[in-house]
Design a protein around this ligand. Structure first.
Ligand code: ATP
Ligand code: MG
Length: 151
């Protein structure tokens, strides 16, 4: 089992795209373990994006993610879930993201790319622990559709 943290960034929330983006996750058959609306503060933004500290875009990235509320979600499932979510999200730069991906269908610029998704199972665990208390997550709940999605 593995999980990915997803952040619907401020532009996705402001543009009314929470529903359309989460719909894609649900329609795929992926399963939520946690979901909430929140305001990211500077300390949290810097911690989440620590790997990018020192890069030219770091300041604007922190400004962007802290500029308005976001929706954070944890998606859990079998091995391969993180890779599946990344494929649905598409290339970092929406201008180069394939049609059919979230960034390729909804965005045009790298600084407004709508969504974050963990890039590995290890990142998924690290980022989930940053954004959610254990009590906020439901890690193993039976879903009536599970047998129709997982063989
Ligand atoms: N060259 C750049 N110019 C402006 N912003 C950038 C640039 N590269 C990355 N970013 C911003 O920093 C975020 C993190 O970059 P990263 O390389 O981790 O891409 P990603 O993994 O596709 O995106 P994310 O981590 O948000 O899911 C990007 O989503 C984008 O918002
Ligand atoms: Mg990344």
């Amino acid at each position: 089992m593995e999980r990915a943290l997803i952040i619907l960034k401020p532009d996705a929330v402001q543009r009314g795209l929470i529903g359309p983006i989460l719909t894609r996750i649900e329609q795929r058959g992926l399963k939520l373990q946690g979901l909430k609306l929140m305001q990211v503060d500077e300390a949290l933004a810097r911690r989440h994006y620590a790997e990018h500290e020192g890069k030219g875009f770091f300041g604007s990235l922190v400004d962007y993610i802290t500029s308005a509320p976001v929706v954070v979600a944890v998606v859990g499932g079998k091995t391969g879930t993180v890779e599946m979510v990344r494929a649905m999200v598409g290339a970092t730069n929406p201008a180069k993201a394939a049609p059919g991906t979230i960034r390729g269908d909804f965005g045009v610029e790298i600084g407004r790319n709508l969504i974050h998704a963990s890039d590995s199972p290890e990142s998924g665990e690290r980022e989930t622990a940053i954004f959610f208390q254990p009590a906020e997550l439901i890690t193993d709940w039976p879903r009536v559709s599970d047998p129709w999605i997982y063989e």
